[in-house]
Design a protein around this ligand. Structure first.
Ligand SMILES: Cc1cc2nc3c(=O)[nH]c(=O)nc-3n(C[C@H](O)[C@H](O)[C@H](O)COP(=O)(O)OP(=O)(O)OC[C@H]3O[C@@H](n4cnc5c(N)ncnc54)[C@H](O)[C@@H]3O)c2cc1C
Length: 507
């Protein structure tokens, strides 16, 4: 076993464990980073995970109907194809099993510290280490990689009276499997990607379901199908076939970027498809009108479902658009004065995305947290590094999100970038690597320029893609192969490096 980042002696702090690299999170990003290190023989790292297993999103989102919106042949690691996917778009249990199996296959688990909720990570300039406090002890790391997820911390709406509700309240991302919804009157709040999976899954068993909609979603058909045993055998024995299909899916999805980010008119056929889908599935003109979005398709995530509209149109379902005035102990009252008796409230209200909780926990050289530094908007160099936060890398941080294709592609691009940075540090004997404010500003301008004219900023919707100033700080606003090109190697000229045994700074 070789180690390109040899652990260096540092003044001991009682009980703290010294490690080369501390990775926060064991979702696709944390695992991807860990596996990249393992594959080149680097073993001096820990994966700090607050939960008790790997998986991230796919461990936490266990609501009925939870499934992927991207075909599994593309939504999986390129280096770990799975010939055994049961469906073209996998459901949550299968993706979670894939992540668990992949962690085992690459022997990542022995690096994982479960129950290690990171409560703070502070850069100590004197020792050139990150001092990381977790619920499972203290760590002192040369390098910090935050892979804490952009859709990991649920948001709870500020509804008057919600605390007084006497029934069950659960967020879609914190599903209580022990709670039986059979014959209950259920309220689902929200109509985003999770809601449109939950509603059809529970509608057949509940007494009634009221779907509280603020903004209608564009929904297109889901081309899901079981993978036949023959196909699985072919994937197993002709791996090139699965690789080819993955490539075709990638290219097909990238075409959408032309409409989303370049020429809006290329979205017209997608809009027609969505309208036809709604017309085919919903007969009632009033319901159809209420389900018709009033913004350009693509401005918010385009959803895929074959059973959401039929579920909302079912006799025991109701689409509620009046807006919630208050929650009472046994009901929800809307602004039009209607009171609906309710047993359980399902909050499908999304996640902290532009106000990432981990940002409040990571403190850089001057003691300020990432959240402080980002108070006016998230800025980075290459979506990965921040001036004033030496030896720190972000995975799935600002401007990495994509709505049209697999996040795993973006994650693998980022992992390659971070790994190149780590290898550069080792090759040059650097103790500290830090990006410059100038590089950050240049990247901010690049993102702003690429975002101009895209459907996300000009599509007439309010979405979690934009921060409070209306700036796109979450999405990568271009073809994803351009992101990969930009992050293929470390942009060394945008970093200041401090050699291991030097006090002066070398450019
Ligand atoms: C319901 C749902 C469906 C989705 N479907 C798709 C899809 O179809 N296609 C797609 O491309 N993307 C989809 N996504 C996006 C998905 O989040 C990403 O694809 C990917 O799984 C993100 O991986 P990650 O490792 O960055 O984050 P996560 O999977 O969120 O992992 C982050 C990990 O960090 C841990 N963590 C967070 N804070 C701390 C802390 N302070 N201390 C210790 N550990 C911490 C969390 O417990 C978690 O395990 C979906 C997301 C959701 C919520």
């Amino acid at each position: 076993m070789t180690s390109t980042l040899e652990a260096q002696p540092a003044p001991a702090s009682a009980g703290a464990r010294d490690v080369g690299i501390a990775i926060i999170g064991s979702g696709f990003a944390g695992l991807g980073m860990a596996i990249a290190l393992k594959r080149r023989g680097e073993n001096d790292f820990v994966v700090l995970e607050r939960a008790d297993d790997v998986g991230g999103t796919w461990r936490d989102n266990t609501y009925p109907g939870a499934a992927c919106d991207v075909q599994s042949n593309l939504y999986s690691f390129s280096f770990a194809p799975n010939p055994d996917w049961g469906r073209s778009y996998s459901e949550q249990p299968e993706i979670q099993a894939y992540l668990q199996a992949t962690a085992d296959r690459f022997d990542v688990r022995r690096h994982c510290v479960f129950g290690a909720d990171v409560t703070s990570a502070r850069w100590d300039d004197a020792t050139r280490r990150w001092l990381v406090s977790t619920a499972a002890g203290e760590f002192r790391a040369r390098v910090l990689v935050s892979a804490a997820g952009a859709l990991a911390d649920p948001t709870y709406p500020d509804l008057p009276g919600l605390d007084s509700f006497a029934g069950t309240v659960m967020h879609s991302a914190r599903w209580d499997a022990g709670h039986d919804l059979t014959d209950e009157r259920v309220a689902v709040i929200g109509t985003g990607a999770s809601a449109i999976q939950v509603v059809p899954a529970i509608q057949p068993v509940v007494d009634s379901v009221a779907v509280y909609q603020r903004t209608a979603a564009w929904v297109v058909p889901r081309t899901d199908h079981p993978v036949t045993p023959l196909m699985r055998r072919l994937y197993r024995f002709v791996p090139g076939l699965q690789k080819g299909i993955r490539g075709a899916l990638y290219l097909f999805r990238e075409f959408l970027v032309i409409g989303l980010a370049k020429q809006r008119r290329f979205l017209t056929p997608v809009g027609r498809l969505a309208r036809a889908h709604l017309h085919r599935q919903v007969r009632d003109p009033k319901l159809r009108a209420a389900l018709t979005p009033d913004y350009t398709i693509g401005c918010k995530r385009i959803l895929i479902s074959n059973d959401y509209f039929p579920a909302v149109a079912a006799p025991n379902a109701e689409l509620v658009t009046a807006g919630i005035a208050e929650v009472r102990p046994h009901s929800i009252v809307t602004r039009d004065g209607v009171e609906r008796p309710t047993d359980t409230i399902v909050l499908a209200t999304g996640f902290h995305v532009t106000d990432l909780p981990i940002a409040g926990k990571i403190r850089g050289r001057d003691g300020r947290s990432l959240a402080d530094v980002w108070a006016d908007g998230m800025v980075t160099n290459r979506s990965a590094t921040v001036a004033g936060f030496p030896n720190m890398f972000l995975l799935v941080g600002p401007n990495v999100g994509v709505g049209h294709t697999s996040m795993v592609y973006m994650i693998e691009s980022q992992v390659a970038y971070v790994d190149d940075a780590l290898q550069t540090m080792a090759a040059e004997g650097l103790a500290v690597l830090e990006t410059t404010p100038q590089a950050q500003e240049a990247y901010r301008r690049l993102i702003a320029q690429k975002s101009t004219g895209t459907v996300w900023v000009g599509g007439g919707c309010a979405s979690w893609y934009l921060d409070k100033h209306g700036h796109n700080t979450t999405l990568w606003p271009d073809f994803t192969f351009r992101f990969r090109k930009l992050t293929r190697k470390l942009d060394r000229e945008n970093y200041v490096g401090t050699p291991e045994r030097a006090t002066e700074v070398a450019a």
